[in-house]
Design a protein around this ligand. Structure first.
Ligand code: PGA
Length: 237
């Protein structure tokens, strides 16, 4: 487990270097995507590096962590829409090679793991973290052997995410998310955390016991995980 601390800009740049190294070695890598405010700086940096010709996503495949149930890709709060707007339309990726779990036909959720496997498995998965320790939408109590599945969102998660909607009533009650096992299968993992609101959960995740009460704490068992933290998120370590 590696921990890298710096300003928001520094950690985005350093995390992006992991993509540069991977794509030099494996131009057809499989990348695991995340949404939320945290990875936006990283995505901007990846778009810049792509524009400058340092990296190409021409042969890359992506699988995103999660999607709201009930929102299709045209909804501006869907995670498909987020990925198109914040990353895919700014890089040379073939949109056909990008996957986000299906928030409408949730019956196919478990097939997502098979698709990931058929693509060769995720080489590099980026994660944010919720204040309750969720990764993807795997809330506290999610079994460690879970694969992609439908979850009911915690009230607290809906409240935190309501900032992107007109009101909390519009925030979907369910989501489809990669499971803990799906996430842990990635060969390398990056977890980004920014801001004071994440300080306490980052301490529990890195220095507390490994427990399903703090889903991110399972990452302590992953052989290749790097935490990129700004000074505020790292302030209680
Ligand atoms: P955030 O969300 O990046 O918007 O803080 C992280 C998460 O809930 O996983």
């Amino acid at each position: 487990m590696k921990v890298i601390i710096g300003s928001e800009k520094e950690i985005a740049e350093k995390a992006a270097q992991q993509y540069v190294e991977l794509l030099k070695r494996k131009p057809n890598a499989v990348l695991g995507g995340a949404t939320g405010s945290t990875p936006i700086g990283l995505y901007k940096e990846l778009a810049r590096l792509n524009k400058e010709g340092v990296i190409s996503f021409k042969d890359v495949k992506t699988f995103n962590l999660d999607e709201y149930v009930g929102l299709d890709g045209s909804h501006d709060q869907s995670y498909r829409y987020f990925m198109n707007e914040n990353l895919f339309k700014h890089i040379d990726i073939d949109i056909k090679n990008t996957r986000v779990p299906d928030g409408i036909n949730t019956a196919v959720a478990a097939d997502y793991d098979k698709e990931i496997e058929a693509a060769g498995g995720v080489d590099l998965q980026v994660l944010g973290i919720g204040v309750d320790g969720h990764i993807g939408f795997d809330e506290p109590g999610t079994p460690l052997d879970s694969i992609t599945h439908v979850v009911e969102l915690e009230q607290n998660t809906r409240e935190v995410n309501s900032r992107f909607f007109n009101s909390i009533d519009e925030v979907p009650t369910h989501a489809v998310t990669m499971g803990i096992k799906t996430i842990m299968h990635a060969r390398s993992i990056i977890l980004l955390a920014i801001g004071k609101s994440k300080a306490e959960i980052i301490k529990k995740t890195l220095q507390g016991p490994i427990t399903t009460d703090v889903p991110a704490s399972i990452l302590q068992l992953h052989p290749d995980v790097t935490f990129y933290l700004d000074e505020e998120a790292a302030s209680l370590l």
